[in-house]
Design a protein around this ligand. Sequence first.
Ligand code: GAL
Length: 662
Amino acid sequence: MRTNRNADIIPQVDGLAYGGDYNPEQWDRDTWDEDLRLMHEAGVNLVSVNIFAWAGINPAPDVWDFTRLDAVMDHLHSGGIRADLATATASPPPWFSQRHPETLPVDAEGHRLHYGARAEYCPNAPAYQAAVVEMASRLAERYADHPALAMWHVGNEYYRSCYCDASATAFQTWLQDRHGDLDGLNHAWGTTFWSQTYTDWTQVLPPRQCAETPAPGLILDWRRFCSDALLKLFRSEAQAIEQHSPDKPITTNLMVSGDFAVLDYHRWGPHVTGPNRLVATDHYLIPDGPIPWPAQVAFGADASRGLAGGDPWLLMEQASNSSAWRRGYFAKKPGDQLRHSLSYVARGSEGAMFFQWRASRYGAERYHSAMLPHGGTDSRVWREITAFGAQLKRIAEVKGSAVESRAAILLDFESVWASDTPGQPSADMGAYPELRRWHSALWHRGVTADLVDPSWDLDRYAYVFAPSLYLLDDDAHLRAYVEQGGTLVVGPYSGVVDRNDHVHPGLPGALRDLIGVRVEEFVPVPKGDKVALDDGTEGQTWTEVAHALDAEVVASFADYPGTAAVFRRSLGRGEVWYLSTRPVDLDPLFERIGLAPDFPGVPTGLELVRRKHEDGRSYVFAINHTDDPHPVPATGTDLLTGTAWTPDRDLDPGEAAVISER
Ligand code: GAL
């Protein structure tokens, strides 16, 4: 966490940001007028424009036409709406792809994709790289001083990778930087295995479809490279913008929310935080599955806040109702949208934005929900949208305040990737689902946790959880945290491999000394089965034949005498816990380590989060996701209703309060 907070991340927007993707190119001028009127009615103050508008600005080679975008920007300005102006580079038009066929992405089987949709580009294609810089530069030059401009939005949801020959060449160069020479590469990838030793850099290929599994080190380096290649693209556009527009924030809509671990967001961190940068994320909830929506919302928000290093951040996209691309159509329940939006703000977002402002009449996402649905203004969604716009105005003073959290979950993207490589002892030990499960358990317990990179400053946290930290070079940083008084809890199958995905000698390698535990062997548990512990709890998915070297055994496997499941070790002023199985229920563990809810005595589902200004003003956000009224332990004024709040006052089911504390 940085000590110099960047409290005002979007100074050009008055109060908290509210709005969505706005695509006026799909509508006639009369509709533009209606849009402004309705944006005012809803309390919208910021819209993202030009995200997919390349074809209009640059309709043919060397032809530039800004007429429509000028009109859009002027129109927004006339209505006092600010623009999050996008660089339009995420969706090259057909003429570009036809003229530069080598910019179309190639998949792992070697098929070049056809154009006809968005994100049809190879990040490593020189023609595409040059085109995006030119586009960003022209836009920045033209609109740097436009009064509607609030911030810049580079690309859209970076995720594309490509296996073409140009990508192979770029990969080779990247590998030379990382490993120095071929000896370094051969060592890192363990190429003596299956006789895959490289004798020339040109032999090195992306992990294209092979007869069997390529080296895990290759797969891991490829994912690192793909993330870096996209970061390079983002930075090239950001630098082009900065040359003309040095004083406006620059962002891109990341997908920090949990199910797209395509980028190493923590490597991106320094480039999306700090002066004139801001972390923005998109978040679309998973309609079914084990984690309830409010806990999913919290995960996306807490991961974004972790990435922002404690600074505020912005929810750039969410759905007001159904996300058409998510396994079919579904509808949010009445009030969900308000509760979700408020929860993002409670957790540090400086507003709530949507995809999109007005539902499209055509195109692949014509059935995607919007702030203004196909059903028009006489609709539940619209009523909720206008209600939330009014709420945001009432709580505008929270802008710039920071979220209080005593706990952190370590989210290491390299561990996520490495634990997903083929050839694992269990297909169910992927890191991400387990991180989500722990986060959800903390949410149910009423503990707000930041999701942070293991290498970051952890001293501000009383509790640090490492549910699944498969890849780790050494324990120095975590050891220092424990010695200085922290409580660290490590889940199984952690510290097993180094940065090259080589298994550390003496399991669990990098963590053995710190946790004081020796692991003899891994014993995966079939899906759905459970193993009993002698303290009455249960484990699942995984067990280890583990022995204490220098740790106290807190619980053992009931049916396997001599093998322990829960270990505790005091070290310096702190303590470290190790689990050699994945607990079915995490609450007994939280009890054992003395982790109290942030607001003691509050029932599960009454979400309470505190935001605080540096000058001491503080706010309790309370959202009641339960079916019963519950008192909220805070004293002050509820900004949503303007009424006094005392700890004996009940919050009704489904309702929310934002209490400015006295
Ligand atoms: C996002 C994307 C938007 C829109 C939205 C629909 O991933 O950035 O352009 O497609 O999904 O849910």
